[in-house]
Design a protein around this ligand. Structure first.
Ligand code: ADP
Ligand code: MG
Length: 250
């Protein structure tokens, strides 16, 4: 495997409470990876620790050098619930944000940067809503704006936190299509998810997290009764069709 990202012994403490314990993993170029686990498992914390956004112990290397010094190559799509949707900013401005941060906040984005944003908004089918305040868009459209921002950045590694939560079918299909294209371009994607079921088979690999990394393998190898029980601390009720496990073992 052509290793792109290496996480070595990563641990995070929030006021003395351990949110991540000794997580190590390596991801290759062109991999679509699902980061799964229950609420509070530390999925968001792991992405943020990789980016250097929360204090941590351990190392995160991107193409052999510390990732926090190569933020240009990494795009981050935060969890929707952590974004202030009342902030007065348009979809186009959000999609341009990564470019502004890279060029320097007080400089106008270059013609080239603006062109990249236009292409990215077209790719997520949102160019027509470019001047609309972000707060007025649907959940799926908001998610697509953030994906456009990541695309415009031209990053090699994309970290996406719960992008499939609360979105419409059109957005889901569009995002999956783009993920496939990005894989073909050799980009690596880590996608957090608390969803269960057959949708997890879309990933090349699953990382099952609950403070520690419990499993790191193909979806069929990770989706076992023992692993789920270990991560969720209770046995699945296979007979109950409303159980999150219901179509997991079919
Ligand atoms: P997940 O994304 O898997 O739901 P999180 O990474 O958000 O999990 O949270 C992991 C644990 O760390 C939870 O117990 C959460 O309450 C705690 N936590 C997350 N962020 C903070 C923070 N900024 N300060 C203190 N505790 C936090
Ligand atoms: Mg989270």
């Amino acid at each position: 495997m052509d290793v792109m990202l290496e996480v070595q012994n990563l641990s995070v403490n929030y006021r003395g409470r351990q949110a991540l314990e000794d997580v190590s993993l390596a991801l290759g170029a062109g991999e679509l990876v699902g980061l799964i686990g229950p609420n509070g498992a530390g999925k968001s914390t792991l992405l943020q620790a990789m980016l250097g956004l929360v204090p941590c112990r351990g190392q995160v290397l991107f193409q052999g050098a510390p990732l926090r010094r190569q933020r240009r190559s990494v795009a981050y799509v935060p969890q929707r619930s952590r974004i202030d949707w009342d902030y007065p900013i348009t979809a186009g401005q959000v999609a341009t944000m990564a470019q502004s941060a890279l060029a320097g906040w007080f400089r106008q984005p270059s013609q080239q940067a603006r062109q990249r944003v236009t292409v990215a908004l077209e790719r997520v089918d949102l160019l027509h809503l470019c001047d609309r305040p972000i707060g007025q868009l649907s959940g799926g459209q908001q998610q697509r704006v953030f994906l456009a921002r990541a695309l415009a950045q031209g990053a090699d590694l994309l970290l996406l936190d719960e992008p499939f939560t609360g979105i419409d079918k059109k957005t889901e299909a569009l995002m999956l299509g783009i993920f496939t294209e990005l894989q073909a371009e050799g980009k690596t994607m880590v996608v957090c998810s608390h969803e269960w079921g057959n949708a997890l088979n879309r990933y090349d690999r699953l990382l099952l997290l609950n403070r520690r990394l419990l499993a790191n393998d193909t979806p069929s190898a990770v989706m076992t009764f023992d692993n789920i029980q270990q991560a969720y601390g209770q046995g699945p009720q296979l007979s109950d069709s409303t159980s999150p496990y219901a179509d997991f073992f079919c």
